[in-house]
Design a binder for this molecule. Structure first.
Ligand code: SF4
Length: 173
């Protein structure tokens, strides 16, 4: 029941942000993020009357979407880079995301406006570190590389944002 409540809460929050706040989502799994969130929203407000309905409703509302630090994982085992990595390392395949082996090239990644806001906050810190002569060279290089990646994520997010549609006397401008 607790898991169901959590799943419903997350789905409701995700759907409100998409539908009412027009939250933009970018990244390779952006379309899947929208599809799953909209699919789960259909079940919002349902009343559970029987114990047996809990698992059924959970299966229908659990989007398997995981919000992390500056990223969102729209988990799908077949395309999960962390899962592939685990298998390569001879570890048993997990049935969910493995944050410790998360890869920036994974096809399950999506970036919400919230994720991008986190990156915007982090960018100046990284740039400062990258240009600080008192910071050891390897750390400066690492900070510069991370800053480049973040800048590129922000740019891709903004350039993929649908342009606002203005109507003027029935005409779309
Ligand atoms: S690599 Fe990262 S984004 Fe991809 S499935 Fe694993 S945790 Fe999710």
């Amino acid at each position: 029941m607790e898991r169901l409540e959590m799943a419903l809460e997350q789905s409701e929050d995700g759907w409100t942000r998409l539908d009412e706040d027009h939250e933009h989502v970018s990244g390779p799994a952006a379309a899947e993020y929208r599809r799953r969130t909209a699919g789960a929203a259909v079940f919002l407000g349902r009343t559970v009357q029987a114990k047996a309905s809990v698992s059924r409703l959970l299966a229908q509302t659990d989007t398997d979407i995981h919000h992390g630090e500056g990223m969102t994982c729209v988990y799908r085992a077949e395309t999960a880079a962390c899962r592939k990595e685990r298998l390569l390392l001879g570890l048993p395949a997990a049935d969910g995301p493995d944050d410790s082996l998360c890869r920036s090239t994974c096809g399950n990644l999506a970036y919400t406006d919230r994720d991008i806001a986190e990156h915007r906050t982090r960018l100046p810190v990284l740039l400062k570190e990258a240009h600080d002569p008192m910071t050891p060279r390897p750390r400066r290089d690492r900070a510069a590389a991370q800053a480049d990646r973040i800048r590129s994520l922000i740019e891709q997010h903004e350039t993929s944002r649908p342009e606002a549609v203005h109507t003027n006397g029935g005409q779309v401008t």
